[in-house]
Design a protein around this ligand. Structure first.
Ligand SMILES: Cc1ncc(COP(=O)(O)O)c(C=O)c1O
Length: 412
């Protein structure tokens, strides 16, 4: 028998507390609606949390990736190595700069492999952009070794990875970045992320010159601390020294971020606990493969992606998602490989078959709901629904539920 929840469980919901609301109201009352003292405070708090010399707040991770590559001088004729298994923005920013995104394949842990990066390096390569998929760090030791060997900078897409660490060092920290020549890390505070400012992002780096250049590019290329020009400490005079972008974060966004950051470790702990419940509840189902976590990585579970063994089912991934929706469970897919999007075919000639690992994973993957505002019962409901759908559409064998899911389901 199929169990249907009474209420729809969305794929993701933010956890906004009273402190965040009061801080936003305080910003509104203060008159500082755009970049001001709260952005400065948020940058300082974030730099301290990550252990980074510089943290520059921007209005999205996309903006952060863009100014990082621009600050590194990426331009027409250059190539930038990007995994295909990512959100389109990781590659789009390379295109904005007139360079070519060289899309590469991923491994079983869904992260880009060092081998794929190394094989893609040419004399035109200008930067490497690894993505810490779902909140699990890539094999940074190997990637940094390759970057150092070829003298290439690394711009890490840590949209999913604020608070994750690799061999004990936080992603984006100076301690981590010491392993490669020039490293910039870009984080996202989009509404579904582990901490949110609605829309927003941050770049961190240990490199003074890159930090200075990125700060400049984030606000029209106006000379330093231009935002202070409306304070008693500021002056009306500024100079534009580069054709920069309008990527600054607002104080109302930072007001959210200051309090979300304080709660981040608690959010991560809840995500990890729920991921462990999923791991255990789904372990007995050969039709589902749960996330593979490599040793030495602290995974913060921005996503909980599972892969379906489609050969054991009579439905495909899209139908599986529809069946879960019919049971009032919202899911999503991360990601449609970048090289399969029409633009990347038309502009760069990528085609199906180019990156087979990512293509095969894409056919089978779906992300289950995972956010701190869920209850433990919600997690069991999702696991129970996955088990029920599998039970109904199993291609071969006996129709049974795994014990852990069955006993919890009966308790509800
Ligand atoms: C892997 C990855 N990179 C970059 C981004 C872009 O982040 P933002 O929406 O903050 O620009 C996302 C957003 O979801 C993402 O998942």
């Amino acid at each position: 028998m199929r169990r249907k929840r009474n209420e729809f469980l969305p794929f993701s919901l933010p956890s906004i507390g009273e402190e965040e609301i009061a801080e936003v109201v305080d910003s509104l009352r203060s008159g500082w609606l755009t970049t001001g003292p709260k952005v400065k405070r948020f940058e300082e708090d974030f730099a301290r949390y990550i252990g980074a010399r510089h943290a520059i707040a921007v209005n999205s991770c996309t903006a952060g990736l863009h100014i990082a590559l621009a600050a590194l001088g990426v331009g027409p004729g250059d190539e930038v190595i990007v995994p295909t298994f990512t959100f389109c923005s990781t590659a789009n920013v390379v295109v904005h700069l007139g360079a070519r995104p060289v899309l590469v394949d991923v491994g079983e842990d869904l992260n880009v492999t060092p081998e794929a990066i190394e094989a893609a390096i040419t004399p035109r390569t200008k930067a490497i952009v690894p993505v810490h998929y779902a909140g699990q760090p890539c094999d940074l030791a190997a990637i940094y070794r390759i970057a150092s060997h070829h003298g290439l900078p690394v711009v890490e897409d840590a949209a999913h990875a604020a608070g994750a660490s690799y061999e004990g060092a936080k992603i984006g920290s100076d301690a981590m970045a010491a392993g490669a020549p020039r490293v910039v890390t870009a984080f996202s505070f989009y509404a579904t992320k582990n901490m949110t400012t609605g829309e927003g992002g941050m770049v961190t780096t240990a490199d003074d010159a890159l930090a200075e250049r990125m700060r400049l590019l984030s606000l029209h290329g106006m000379s330093r601390d231009a935002w202070k020009r409306y304070t008693s400490a500021g002056s009306w005079y500024y100079e534009v020294v580069a054709a920069g972008y309008k990527y600054n974060m607002t104080d109302t966004q930072a007001a959210l971020g200051i309090h979300q950051l304080r709660r981040l470790d608690g959010f991560i702990a809840t995500r990890r606990r729920y991921a462990q419940i999923y791991d255990e509840a789904l372990a007995g189902l050969p039709e589902v493969e749960t996330p593979i976590v490599r040793p030495g990585r602290s995974h913060i579970y921005h996503l909980y992606p599972v892969r379906l063994a489609l050969e054991r089912l009579t439905i495909d991934r899209a139908q599986f998602i529809d069946e879960l929706k019919a049971l009032n469970i919202g899911c999503s897919v991360h990601f449609i490989p970048v090289h399969l999007h029409p633009f990347y075919h038309d502009a760069f000639g990528y085609r199906r078959g180019d990156l087979p690992a990512a293509e095969s994973i894409y056919e089978r993957i779906l992300s289950l709901p995972l956010f701190p505002k869920m209850t433990e019962q919600d997690v069991w409901d999702v696991a129970g629904a996955v088990s029920d759908v599998i039970g109904e559409f199993r291609a071969v064998g006996e129709k049974v539920m795994p014990t852990a899911v069955r006993s919890q389901a009966l308790a509800t």
